[in-house]
Design a protein around this ligand. Structure first.
Ligand code: ATP
Ligand code: MG
Length: 414
C-alpha cells in the first residue's frame, strides 16, 4: 500500500460557529485548486480534519509545497496508509516512532468509520501496548503520557486505508484564502509592503496591488520588475491578483513645483492613497493596505501617518505598524519576498527628497500645502496613466497577462 496521504488540521476555524462550514469548504476548495495538476485520489473531510489521498504518480514534495502555501492550516502530516487491521496498525505505528528520540509518548486514534471492529480507545490501548513492548525489546525506556507527551502517534480510521503518522509540521496558519473580502495594497519594491500584503492575505483578504514608479536613473530602469516579482511570489496565496502600475514622476514633479519642501514625501503618500483608492473602488475593495511601521522613517511618525491617512476616504490598514524591521525581514525571508525586495531598483520616493522633512505635520497643514495643486487632476492623471497586469496561479505556475485596458477616472469621485 504505497499511496501516501497528507492529513491537514485546520486553524481556529472551529471558533467560527455557524460559519464553520463555509470556512472548511473554502479551505477544501483552496486545497483542490492549489493541488491542481497533481494526481489526487480524493480529498476527504472526516470530522475536524482534511485528508488528501495522493495517487501513486503524485510527487509528495510538490504536493507539500502547495499545502505549505495554503492558509488556514494549523499543521499537517504525511501519513502512512495501512491495512485496517490491528497488527498492521501496530507495525506501522512502530515504524513511525522508532526513529524518534523521546521519553514519553501517546497513541491517539480517531475512528470515523465505525465498521472497524475496535473502538478508538481500544485501538489506542492495543497499539500503545505494542509500542511499549517494542521499546522494551529494543532496550529503550519510555512511558505513556497522555497529557503533552514528547511524541504522539496518530491513527485515523476512515473509509479508505487507515492512516498512521507521528510527525506534525506547522502549517501557514491564518484563515482560508479569499474569505474576508477585498482590499487594495500599495506595493512598493521594499520589504515592508510585501510582508504587509502577506499578513492580510493570510487572514483571508483578497488583494489587488498598486505600484507607483519613476523613470529610473537610466532609460528602462525602474522598480516595476521588483513589483512584478513580488506579485508573482505572493499570488499563490490567493490564486489571482491585479497589479496596477502607475507612472508617478510627473505627479511628483508637480508636488515639488507647487508645494512646500518639508512635506513633499507626505504629499506623495497622500496622492498615492487617493489614486490607490480609485482602483480600490473599481475592484469593490473596502480598505487599503500599506507597509507602514510606526516611527520607522520620518513619514511614519504617528502624527504624519494620521495626517497622510486623512487624504483617504477608505480605512487604511497597516498590519506592520507594531513590527520591528528585523521581524519584517525575517517574515520576508519566510515568504520568499526577501531576495526580490533586496534587488536593486529605482524607488520613486527618495526622488526630490526634502533636506529636512516634516516630522509632525497635521492634516490641515497638508491640505494647505496642497492648495496650489490640482489634486483631482493629478489623481485623474495617475489613474488614466496606469496599466494593468493580471496574475493567475494555475497548477503550481504563475501566469501573467497584460491588459490593454485604459482607465477613465470619473471626475466626480476624484
Ligand atoms: P516598503 O519597504 O514597503 O517600501 P518603507 O518602510 O520603505 O516600506 P516607505 O517607503 O515610507 O516605507 O513607504 C511606506 C508605505 O507606502 C509602503 O509600505 C507602501 O505601502 C507605500 N508605498 C511607498 N512607496 C510606494 C510605491 N512606489 N508604490 C506603492 N506603494 C508605495
Ligand atoms: Mg519604501
Amino acid at each position: 500500500m504505497s499511496q501516501l496521504a497528507i492529513v491537514v488540521h485546520y486553524h481556529e476555524l472551529w471558533l467560527k460557529g455557524g460559519n464553520r462550514r463555509f470556512f472548511i469548504s473554502k479551505l477544501v476548495s483552496n486545497l483542490r485548486s492549489g493541488l491542481e495538476g497533481i494526481p489526487v485520489e480524493k480529498i476527504e473531510q472526516p470530522n475536524d480534519r482534511v485528508i488528501i489521498r495522493l495517487k501513486e504518480a503524485a510527487s509528495l514534495e510538490e504536493a507539500l509545497r502547495r499545502v505549505e502555501r495554503t492558509s488556514g492550516i494549523a499543521y499537517y502530516a504525511v501519513a502512512r496508509p495501512v491495512e485496517r487491521e490491528i497488527n498492521a496498525l501496530c507495525d506501522a505505528a512502530w515504524q513511525e516512532i522508532e526513529p524518534c528520540a523521546f521519553a514519553t509518548f501517546a497513541v491517539r486514534a480517531k475512528r470515523s468509520d465505525k465498521s472497524f471492529p475496535h473502538s478508538s480507545s481500544e485501538t489506542e490501548k492495543l497499539v500503545g501496548k505494542h509500542l511499549l513492548d517494542s521499546l522494551n525489546a529494543a532496550g529503550r525506556s519510555a512511558r505513556v503520557k497522555l497529557n503533552d507527551p514528547d511524541v504522539t502517534c496518530h491513527i485515523e480510521i476512515t473509509s479508505g486505508p487507515a492512516l498512521v503518522y507521528a510527525h506534525k509540521v506547522p502549517g501557514a496558519g491564518g484563515l482560508p484564502a479569499n474569505t474576508a473580502g477585498k482590499m487594495t495594497c500599495l506595493l512598493s519594491g521594499g520589504f515592508d509592503s510585501a510582508v504587509a500584503a502577506y499578513h492580510m492575505m493570510k487572514r483571508g483578504a483578497h488583494l489587488s496591488f498598486v505600484h507607483f514608479y519613476g523613470s529610473g536613473a537610466r532609460p528602462g530602469e525602474s522598480s516595476i520588475h521588483v513589483a512584478r516579482g513580488l506579485v508573482r511570489q505572493l499570488v499563490p496565496w490567493q490564486f489571482t491578483a491585479k497589479l496596477y502600475r502607475v507612472p508617478f514622476e510627473e505627479i511628483q514633479r508637480e508636488i515639488v513645483r507647487y508645494a512646500p519642501e518639508p512635506c513633499r514625501v507626505l504629499l506623495y503618500r497622500r496622492m498615492m492613497l487617493r489614486i490607490a483608492e480609485a482602483f480600490a473602488r473599481r475592484n469593490r475593495a473596502l480598505a487599503l493596505v500599506t507597509g507602514d511601521s510606526l516611527g520607522q522613517v520620518a513619514s511614519q511618525t504617528l502624527r504624519n501617518m494620521v495626517s497622510v491617512e486623512a487624504a483617504a476616504k477608505m480605512p487604511v490598514f497597516r498590519p506592520l505598524a507594531g513590527t520591528d524591521k528585523l521581524e519584517i525581514i525575517e517574515a520576508a525571508r519566510k515568504i520568499g519576498t526577501h531576495d526580490i525586495s533586496a534587488e536593486p531598483f529605482h524607488d520613486c520616493c527618495p526622488v526630490f527628497l526634502p533636506r529636512s522633512p516634516s516630522l509632525h505635520a497635521n492634516a490641515a497643514d497638508l491640505e494647505a500645502a496642497e492648495s496650489g495643486l490640482d489634486v483631482a487632476g493629478l489623481v485623474r492623471q495617475g489613474v488614466e496613466g496606469a496599466t494593468l497586469e493580471t496574475y493567475r496561479y494555475v497548477a503550481g505556475q504563475v501566469e501573467m497577462s497584460e491588459s490593454p485596458r485604459k482607465f477613465k477616472q470619473n471626475a466626480a469621485i476624484a
